[in-house]
Design a protein around this ligand. Structure first.
Ligand SMILES: Cc1cc2nc3c(=O)[nH]c(=O)nc-3n(C[C@H](O)[C@H](O)[C@H](O)COP(=O)(O)OP(=O)(O)OC[C@H]3O[C@@H](n4cnc5c(N)ncnc54)[C@H](O)[C@@H]3O)c2cc1C
Length: 257
């Protein structure tokens, strides 16, 4: 009797998708990036197995280890670099909050962690034609990856980044966005301080409302809106955008909690 292609005698090979695997990584750098925030640079422990391909805006599971190599705890962190910048290591931008991030902040070059991923669908539609990003605090991390990817990709449409923080000193990567906007005519960077602004502050003040959006984005009838920040920040912005006529299908959001 001839066997069908799927007979029970066929040999099945199970393959695990690379992003589902837990892989060891080495810390190569841990540097402060703003008040209360730090960046970890991580490279695969096995150089022959690079970071699985990722899209701008995706995240990884960071697993911190006990001294015997068993897992201590895990949490999700967005990849801060753009895919085209990958050169053997990735960067995570982290805000110090509770026990987990305190332990992550104490990591030293040479220390080992495990990573799983990349995961996530908070990625830009490269064909949207126009992109308006809204970052609240550490929500800048996945947005940094997307803005840098779009800016380098040669897309023609406007890229507008609204970046809001209570404190101007606690805005990771702000300086590099000023430089990016200065060197890319289609990139605009709008800094907003919602708390006590430093002397000589040149950015906007207060919450991002209709006026700020209309001033910098103008016509909102086309393009994509990508939001990442605290819950209240995203709820308020979603309402404001809806009131401006932006339908839900053009609003993309990533929640950190
Ligand atoms: C998709 C996504 C992307 C994110 N991206 C970012 C990002 O780019 N940057 C960023 O700063 N944050 C990001 N976050 C938030 C991040 O995942 C954490 O929630 C945040 O950093 C909280 O840190 P924490 O120190 O308060 O954690 P904690 O609340 O202290 O702990 C986090 C985890 O560790 C465990 N844990 C804590 N202490 C102990 C202990 N003593 N023993 C055993 N287990 C313990 C907890 O049970 C929990 O599972 C993201 C979240 C999501 C969902």
């Amino acid at each position: 009797m001839r066997r069908g292609r799927c007979s029970r005698h066929s040999l099945f090979v199970m393959t695990i998708p690379p992003q589902a695997e837990l892989r060891p990584y080495r810390v190569t750098e841990n540097r402060p990036i703003a008040e209360g925030c730090f960046a970890l640079t991580l490279e695969p422990a096995d150089a022959s197995r690079p970071v699985p391909p990722f899209q701008a805006g995706q995240w990884v599971g960071l697993h911190l280890l006990n001294t015997d190599g068993t897992e201590w705890a895990r949490a999700a962190y967005s990849i801060a670099i753009a895919p085209h910048e990958y050169n053997g290591s990735i960067e995570l931008g982290i805000k110090r909050e509770g026990d987990f991030t305190a332990r992550a902040e104490s990591l030293l070059p040479g220390d080992m962690v495990n990573l799983q991923g990349p995961f996530g669908v908070f990625t830009p539609n490269m064909h949207a034609g126009r992109w308006m990003f809204f970052a609240g605090g550490i929500g800048i991390v996945p947005i940094r990856s997307m803005v840098r990817e779009l800016a380098a990709s040669g897309v023609r449409g406007d890229i507008i980044l609204f970046y809001s923080s209570r404190k101007a000193s606690a805005m990771p990567y702000a300086e590099e966005f000023r430089a990016l906007a200065a060197s890319h005519p289609h990139v605009r960077f709008v800094e907003i301080c919602t708390g006590e602004c430093p002397k000589g502050w040149k950015g906007e003040r207060g919450r991002i409302g209709r006026k700020i959006i209309e001033t910098y984005a103008g016509d909102v009838s086309c393009g994509e809106f990508l939001l990442c920040g605290p819950k209240g920040f995203m709820e308020d912005l979603t309402q404001t955008l809806n009131a401006l006529g932006v339908d839900a299908g053009r609003i993309r959001r990533e929640r950190f909690s």
